[in-house]
Design a protein around this ligand. Structure first.
Ligand code: G
Ligand code: G
Ligand code: MN
Ligand code: NA
Length: 249
């Protein structure tokens, strides 16, 4: 339909872009990591939300070209921003399952001269795709390139727990709904349980959706490794990165 047609011309017509949202490391206090988020606009300039176009891109296979474009763009943006230590990129399980994906990533790293250790790939537990040996092999190839593997939106799907058993994620991102629900005793207990579960398995923890001073204080009290959310900073284009910090609050 409409979006599918748009996705076919998105790269060549410059309809797709990336914004970067800062991630703060609470241990060091540094804002030296960012998450790359894709933006798609229609021909009239109106933005299409990712919740609409990513599923279509996955269904039509357009995610493969868009994904390669995103990784290449992230790498070239990083060359101009030495102070950004790490960029996390959302990667669909469809990409991981495509033969040659890790090789094409290695090619992009080689051409741009960016070290794999400056990238993390965020994987969201798939709705329609199960973890299988192809994906596991791809993940181990990516790790050999130095790329970190993060689990995104943990706690929102059905597969998260089994993925934790199968994959040694560097960092697990706890979905923002758990932080937003922690105003009630039940919600707070749930957040603490999830944190304990992830921590006891040896993964670093990033909590998403930190919006207030109170939430920030709670994250410090809980010893959370990294935080992300409007309190830390909103997504911005690479051109507006600050010199010392990826993004101004
Ligand atoms: O800002 P926000 O609405 O962009 O992001 C919503 C969701 O869209 C993200 O959490 C992520 O799951 C997805 N998303 C954003 N950018 C990308 C991308 O480049 N690739 C993939 N596969 N998903 C993305
Ligand atoms: O990859 P993921 O689905 O987590 O993408 C992050 C999404 O969450 C993006 O759409 C981004 O705009 C949104 N987001 C980031 N920080 C906040 C926040 O503090 N509050 C809310 N409500 N949304 C946020
Ligand atoms: Mn993400
Ligand atoms: Na997320």
């Amino acid at each position: 339909e409409n979006i599918a047609a748009l996705l076919k011309i998105a790269v060549e017509r410059d309809l797709v872009s990336l914004v970067y949202q800062p991630i703060q490391d609470l241990g060091s206090g540094r804002f030296d990591a960012v998450e790359a988020l894709m933006r798609l606009k229609m021909l009239d300039g109106i933005l299409v939300p990712p919740s609409l176009f990513i599923p279509v891109a996955e269904r039509t296979g357009a995610i493969l070209e868009l994904g390669r474009w995103a990784i290449r763009t992230v790498c070239t943006d990083m060359l101009a921003h030495d102070h950004v230590r790490l960029v996390s990129v959302n990667v669909s399980p469809i990409q991981l399952k495509t033969p040659g994906f890790a090789t094409s990533v290695a090619g992009i790293l080689g051409e741009t001269g960016v070290a794999g250790s400056r990238l993390a790939f965020e994987i969201t537990e798939g709705r329609e795709l199960e973890m299988d040996s192809d994906i596991l092999r791809c993940i181990s190839d990516l790790k050999l390139l130095g790329i970190r593997i993060w689990l995104d939106d943990f706690g929102t799907g059905f597969a998260g727990l089994s993925w934790l058993r199968l994959i040694d994620f560097d960092t697990v991102k706890i979905d923002r709904s758990f932080l937003h629900d922690c105003g009630t005793p039940k919600g707070m207990a749930m957040l603490q349980d999830i944190i304990a579960l992830v921590r006891n398995r040896g993964h670093k923890i990033l909590v998403e959706g930190v919006e207030t001073d109170e939430q920030m204080a709670l994250m410090r009290e809980f010893g959370i490794d990294k935080v992300q959310g409007y309190h830390v900073g909103r997504p911005v284009p690479a051109a507006s990165f600050q010199t010392k910090r990826p993004v101004q609050k």
